[in-house]
Ligand binder design. Structure first.
Ligand code: PGA
Length: 252
């Protein structure tokens, strides 16, 4: 695991976008695992800018997203499918048929989970998985619990996650209670993982992720078991690691 420390959100975003862009340049037909939420917005803005300048070409890339809310259609403004089109896909030359996201409207959970796992398998797995991190250590929507599912699964979101995500909805009651999420097998199966984090509110969980016990109560702690994780974070997000486990910051 390598931690890249940047002074602020903008430079964190640029550093993470650089890693994604290196991946695309080295393997133009790569499979990108993508994330939603507040953290990746700056990364996507940067990738769009480089694409518009002619420095990046997404035409051969595929993208698989981590998760989608159950009950929201792809044209619902709160859905992650909409988020991805609005914040990335519509501004770059990725082929829409090469972008994948769970279908939140499929009521047949088993069918949807195996369909999505089949897609990941047919693509040959993910080359570079971009991850944000929840305050409770969720990755994708894999919430803390006594066990962690391997494959794509339908999860009941915790109160904390619903609270954290209510900022995107007008009322807390509108935040869906369930979501489809790629499981730990899909995430940990990625050849490389890029975890992006910003802000002091992520500092404690980043510390527990990389210097704590590996436990299902902190799903992100599983990342300690992955051989190629790059963390790109700003100073604020790394403040607890800097104080309690500074050795992690100097590891190459
Ligand atoms: P955020 O969400 O980027 O909006 O902080 C991250 C997550 O919950 O995985």
């Amino acid at each position: 695991m390598r931690i890249i420390c940047e002074p602020d959100y903008e430079s964190m975003s640029r550093a993470a976008a650089n890693i994604i862009s290196a991946q695309i340049i080295l393997k133009p037909d790569c499979v990108l695992g993508l994330a939603t939420g507040g953290t990746p917005l700056g990364i996507y803005r940067q990738l769009i800018e480089w694409y518009k300048k002619g420095d990046l070409d997404f035409s051969e890339c595929s993208a698989v997203n981590l998760d989608e809310y159950c009950g929201l259609a792809a044209d619902d403004a709160q859905s992650y499918a909409y988020f991805m089109r609005e914040n990335l896909f519509e501004h770059i030359n990725i082929a829409p048929e090469k972008t994948f996201i769970p279908n939140g409207m499929n009521p047949d959970t088993e069918n949807e989970c195996s369909r999505y796992d089949g897609i990941i398998e047919r693509l040959g797995g993910v080359d570079l998985q971009l991850l944000g991190i929840g305050h409770n250590g969720h990755i994708g929507f894999n919430e803390p619990g006594s066990s962690l599912p391997g494959g794509t699964n339908c999860v009941t979101l915790t109160k904390r996650t619903i609270e954290a995500n209510r900022r995107f909805f007008s009322r807390v009651e509108d935040v869906p209670q369930k979501a489809y999420t790629m499981g730990l097998k899909g995430i940990m199966g990625a050849k490389r993982i890029l975890l992006a984090a910003s802000g002091e509110s992520k500092a404690e969980i980043l510390y527990r992720t990389f210097d704590g016990l590996i436990e299902t109560d902190v799903p992100s702690s599983m990342l300690q078991l992955h051989g190629d994780v790059i963390v790109v974070a700003d100073e604020a997000a790394l403040s607890v690691i800097r104080k309690k486990a500074p050795g992690l910051l100097s590891r190459g």
